[in-house]
Design a protein around this ligand. Sequence first.
Ligand SMILES: Nc1ncnc2c1ncn2[C@@H]1O[C@H](COP(=O)(O)OP(=O)(O)OP(=O)(O)O)[C@@H](O)[C@H]1O
Length: 241
Amino acid sequence: MNTAATGITATANMPLQLIDLTLEYPDGQGTVKALDAVNLGVGAGQMLSLIGPSGSGKSSLLAAAATLIRPASGLVIIDGTTASDLNDAQMTTLRREKVGIIFQQPNLLASLTAVEQLMISDHLRGKPLKPAKARALELLEIVGLADSAKKRPHQLSGGQRQRVNIARALMGEPKVLLVDEPTAALDNTRSESIVRLLAHVTKEFSVATVMVTHDTEFISLTDAVASMRDGVLGLPELVGV
Ligand SMILES: Nc1ncnc2c1ncn2[C@@H]1O[C@H](COP(=O)(O)OP(=O)(O)OP(=O)(O)O)[C@@H](O)[C@H]1O
């Protein structure tokens, strides 16, 4: 199968590949097809904007790519590993090690400082605390929060909380970053800076990023856009400079 044809641009290093992905949900007596033979490849250092009307399947695509739901058919390949070949425990490990997920709401723990929010995610992966702190501080600097490492969520703005969320998703050194409406709760200026930051870390850490968004005005900050309709994914179009 020629998967390169579905990628944003041809590249040997494609951390995220979706091949002929079909996903159905039960709906009364029948089923609703949320993903209909979806093919997509996102290369290392590439960021794709995913747009489409409500109910077109964007969240389903992200959930399948994140290995949070198993497709009815087709393949999800993360950094060369075919997720559908794995059992649930192996899939969880793959997700933990290779996938960073950023939701609309940061879901930070109220009692922890910014640096602790990042360290705990490494701690849950069984990693030692000392290098985790160094990496957490480095990531906070990259996302523009060097001076806010000791602040708790209530001391941060919405945009700053989203920056902590982005830094936290990068702690595990993911190969794939899946981002669901990261700017939905933010004003225009903050939205733009968050999309710029996501585009920056995509390049800086060579991750394959897919961002679901309704903010079409910031799509030009990303490399490509693809739109969904009724579970069918259109071909990605290059938009970046
Ligand atoms: N858990 C579920 N059970 C049944 N049907 C579902 C479920 N989740 C989604 N669907 C259906 O699957 C289709 C795709 O939904 P999905 O949430 O992926 O779309 P979306 O493009 O992300 O929408 P939105 O922009 O509103 O978030 C829709 O018809 C939706 O009603």
